[in-house]
Design a protein around this ligand. Structure first.
Ligand code: SF4
Ligand code: MSK
Length: 624
């Protein structure tokens, strides 16, 4: 096995990693190696730098200090650190959602040129959930009122956020009883930061219960708003085909990459690259045209809606530039490695930041707002085209051919494929053709051979007749492995194969970006409501085999709090507190009907999940 085969299962990654080495480019894997051994205290979660009486750390062997300067013990420190992680994840998703609320509001005011309402039916449906009387109002009028109602979800007037009502009655009652029903989205995050300040909440269960509340404010608040408004403004995704891997970059075209999470910028870049004048300009510069491709969740957003191909997931972002054919990369926010500008220096790639909240070294800042987005998009695309002539032909290397990937499975598309309701899915579950469903979500992490955790887990689950729903960076991993095309039914068990064959869908369905985990939650709620049970009774599970991000911790928490057993492939920093670790891996079960497991081996993770699903089927009196 070559040194590159040890780092990634993907051919395109292995080949470009070798070239990166030849070109003298340092990558995430090189930096990871230089960090080893990583700090054991931090890995256990027992280091604290919340105040400047510290930093403090607790000796996990019981020989050194057992209390920080303020008197906090390991349980308090671990719980506080974990809660802050969840707050950061919730803040990230929810701030992304907030940007969409602002765009919707500007559309309502007629002040967002280039943006419009693409799904007016969904606009009305969501407005109805907010109790808005839409009679006599046009799309713009409804947009303004809905945006204002959603702004209230971010504030402190409401006792509970609006979309929490999508959860089953029993779950809402449970959350009320536990006092974790989320109020304003910003309030819960702010309160987490307050509680974890020195000298506020110092009881680990109390801290973690609030972290649950904070995560729910994201899952049923900021993230759900992000998904629903993206559908309303940019169109609700429909199934279709696209392509993945570095082979989507074309040697004879101007290649532009969009990276990050927000569809607000990429939407306009998409408009500009399709513009006739821009295409003519590219031809006049010797290219055959302009090729747009995505990375990470911005890539997921435009793949879901426009079938624009994806060049890679999290650990591929640096490697895209090593191909030598990327004229520009346009970033918005989240999961953008600060190294990217440095890597671009080795090639001709122009780097652009677009959000005033996300600036990076070696990148040019071109601020995007709902008002100027169109103009700025044309400016960047024009400069990218001009940059084609600076490409160094000796550095060009596109290593592989792209792979087909089916995408676009919004909740509406899934219901549509099933003929208008979830009943056929419920019937297939009851008949045992589909044993259950699992959301496989999240990132890459250099601690795990790239994409190995995702691919092996999905293969084993579908072989066990378990339907897989993917979001985030898993999409590219599953796509590259050929798991997200209808032909992949051949890798599924007999029951799932039959259902996929009938519907002409893959056994692993792409539901979107990180915020679109809310789609999985909506499906779980709808299934529970249709069957008349709480979510924790359903044969469902979640998995984040290669997670790295604080956002993934938040997702895991709101999934668990919804009643969904969740398996993590990377250990969260909690092992320094026996009590917190026990609570996470078993105690939560008594409270929420679900807990976490940590299992880096995807074969064992698949077994754990399959056992869980069989147990849930038994509980419902279904065939196992
Ligand atoms: Fe140390 Fe307590 Fe300050 Fe943390 S909050 S750094 S444990 S003194
Ligand atoms: S981009 S949060 S690495 S999935 Fe959403 Fe990928 Fe994880 Fe970022």
């Amino acid at each position: 096995m070559s040194e590159y085969e040890k780092l990634s299962i993907c051919k395109d990654a292995q080949l470009t990693l070798r070239k990166a080495r030849e070109d003298g480019v340092e990558t995430v894997w090189d930096r990871f190696k230089k960090q080893e051994p990583q700090c054991g205290y931090c890995e256990l979660g027992v280091s604290c730098r919340i105040c400047v009486m510290g930093p403090c750390r607790i000796d996990p062997f019981g020989e050194g200090p057992q209390y920080g300067v303020c008197g906090a013990d390991a349980d308090i420190i671990v719980a506080r650190n974990l809660a802050r992680m969840i707050a950061a994840g919730a803040a990230s998703h929810s701030d992304h959602g907030r940007d969409l609320v602002e765009v919707l509001h500007k559309i309502g005011e007629g002040a967002a040129p280039g943006y419009t309402i693409r799904d007016a039916d969904k606009l009305k449906r969501v407005a109805a959930e907010y109790g808005i009387d839409t009679a006599g109002l046009g799309n713009e009028g409804i947009a303004k009122l809905l945006a204002e109602a959603m702004m209230e979800d971010y504030g402190m007037k409401k006792e509970q956020i609006t979309l929490i009502n999508r959860a089953p009655k029993q779950r809402i009652e449970l959350w009320k009883k536990l006092k974790v029903i989320p109020r304003g989205i910003d309030r819960e995050t702010s309160e987490t930061m307050h509680r974890t300040h020195m000298g506020v909440d110092n009881e680990y269960v109390s801290i973690l219960l609030h972290a649950v509340r904070n995560s729910l404010s994201d899952g049923y608040g900021g993230s759900m708003i992000g998904t629903e408004l993206s559908d309303i403004i940019f169109g609700t995704p429909k199934p279709g085909f696209s392509e993945v891997n570095l082979g989507v970059l074309k040697e004879d075209y101007v290649n532009i990459l969009v990276h990050g999470h927000s569809p607000v910028v990429s939407e306009m870049i998409g408009v500009a690259v399709d513009d006739k004048e821009m295409i003519e300009l590219s031809k006049s510069r010797g290219a055959k045209g302009i090729n747009l491709a995505g990375l990470c969740c911005t890539g997921n957003e435009i793949m879901m809606r426009k079938k624009i191909p994806m060049a890679g997931n999290h650990l591929m972002t640096e490697l895209t530039m090593v191909t030598g054919v990327v004229e520009s990369m346009i970033v918005d926010y989240q999961c953008i490695m600060p190294s990217l500008g440095q890597v671009a220096q080795c090639y001709h790639t122009k780097m652009y930041t677009t959000s005033d909240k996300a600036k990076f070294p070696f990148m040019e800042h071109v601020e995007f707002t709902p008002v100027n987005a169109r103009e700025q998009a044309f400016r960047i695309v024009k400069e990218s085209v001009e940059n084609f002539s600076r490409r160094n032909k000796d550095k060009v290397y596109v290593p592989t051919a792209p792979v087909r990937n089916m995408t676009g499975f919004s909740v509406e598309a899934i219901v549509g494929a099933l003929g208008g309701s979830l009943t056929p899915l419920i019937d297939a579950i009851k008949a045992g053709k589909i044993k259950g469903a699992v959301g496989v979500v999240g990132c890459n992490n250099p601690k795990i051979k790239q994409d190995s955790g995702h691919v092996e887990l999905i293969k084993r689950l579908i072989a066990n007749d378990i339907l897989v729903l993917t979001t985030g960076c898993v999409n590219v991993a599953a796509g590259k492995a050929g798991l997200q095309v209808p032909e992949a039914k051949e890798m599924a068990g007999p029951g799932l194969k039959e259902v996929c064959g009938l519907l002409n869908i893959p056994p692993s369905l792409h539901l979107g970006s990180c915020v679109d985990n809310s789609r999985i939650i909506v499906i779980a709620c709808a299934l529970a409501n249709a069957i008349g049970v709480d979510i924790d009774k359903l044969p469902l599970a979640g998995a984040a085999p290669e997670w790295y991000s604080e956002k993934a911790a938040t997702i895991a928490f709101y999934a668990m709090a919804s009643g969904i057993f969740t398996v993590l492939g990377v250990m969260p920093p909690i092992m320094g507190s026996k009590k917190v670790a026990e609570l996470a891996t078993s105690g939560l079960n008594d409270v929420f009907g679900a807990c976490f497991a940590v299992e880096p081996d995807p074969v064992k993770a698949a077994q754990l999940i399959t056992n869980h699903i069989m147990e849930k089927r038994k509980g419902l009196g279904l065939d196992v």
